[in-house]
Write a protein that binds this ligand. Structure first.
Ligand SMILES: [Zn+2]
Length: 119
């Protein structure tokens, strides 16, 4: 389940940027070729975030469609199924131009720092 390792990276990135503040929302861009299952990623994120600054943060996952440029005919195709194939000539040699993203697009943080006591 590779969603767990992705979730771990997201939480690490979020906590580093938060620098002690509480993370309320994480916006993520995930390319189609990453083959991430959003529900599994959300579940993993909640698991990993537990006890960190990102605990309770909501995770927004934006799917990025894949596309590639054919090395044989130069056409650009949307790649929405496997195997990845040029829609113009049927070639399999493609330069991927989108769909491999895995980016923390933005973070929303709470204004005040987390104190040593809460409530
Ligand atoms: Zn082609």
């Amino acid at each position: 389940m590779h969603e767990l390792s992705i979730a771990t990276s997201i939480v690490e990135i979020a906590c580093r940027h938060a620098a002690g503040r509480r993370v309320t929302r994480v916006q993520l861009k995930v390319g189609y070729l990453r083959q991430v299952v959003p529900s599994a990623l959300t579940f993993s994120f909640e698991l990993v975030a537990d006890g960190t600054s990102a605990q309770g943060a909501s995770l927004d996952i934006e799917a990025v469609p894949a596309s590639g440029i054919c090395l044989q005919c130069g056409a650009q195709s949307a790649l929405d199924a496997f195997p990845l194939q040029c829609s113009a000539c049927g070639g399999f040699l493609l330069r991927i131009v989108a769909g491999e993203e895995l980016i923390v697009e933005s973070l929303e943080l709470e204004e005040q720092e987390i104190g040593t006591h809460s409530g």
